[in-house]
Design a protein around this ligand. Sequence first.
Ligand code: NAD
Length: 259
Amino acid sequence: MDLGIAGKKALVCAASRGLGRGCAMSLAKNGVDVTITARTESALEATAKDIRDATGVNVTMVAGDITSESGRKAALDACPEMDILVNNAGGPPPGNFRDWTPDDWHAAVNANMITPIELIKAVVDDMISRKFGRIVNITSSSVKAPIAILGLSNGARAGLTGFVAGIARETVAHNVTINSILPGRFDTDRLRSGFAFQSQKTGRSEEDLANDAMAAIPAKRFGHPEEFGELCAFVCSQQASYITGQNFLIDGGAYPGTY
Ligand code: NAD
């Protein structure tokens, strides 16, 4: 399917690895020029080369912390007249809420709520004036089904989701949509680090924990970042202009509810 977005320009945050990288690659395969960010220059260079080699689009790299004001400014400066924004950042660490301080909460809310809101604020009016915009927030299945040890994530992402639900209804009249994609378990470094954390706590091997986790998913496997990217590209397509304010769960059937 031609998604009708060739020649558009996208900023994909936190995209040297994992789900952000999957989104950048899928957008690039559809002819979108991508600006990708991450904190480490060397990791970005490798990803940029892979995307260029696979697709031939223009890839711009911005090394910096997207959760900082300077990191966001550098990313925005590198991608003027942006058509597509994919909000992403590392997720907060797991733990027990009894151990978390206000600083831990502020860091989580800054990374997973305020950072995407600041980026939306910076670009949305320009998108509205140009009558095209697609904003996708990478959040988490925890928005629908909270995960106790990821309380920082549950809280911060619920805040972002509530905010987006309001403004997404204002922007759609101008062909600017704002949606979120909620990953279940995808095979990325982030997922593997969770098994390492649990392994330390329980003494069970990371492999055993991963096998148990896969067995509990109706699809009997973890998701691939590439399939996450394909959903992102569709949500950014011309065809998706009537879809806004939605939360798309992509989890191999793990969420057990009917709705
Ligand atoms: P990952 O660790 O595989 O990749 C994270 C990417 O973000 C890397 O490119 C890293 O360099 C970059 N990054 C991290 N912090 C950054 C920062 N402050 N500034 C710029 N770049 C930064 O993680 P992932 O699995 O792709 O997860 C992406 C998001 O999705 C995270 O917020 C995570 O919590 C969430 N999530 C992932 C899963 C999963 O199963 N993988 C499930 C639910 C939610």
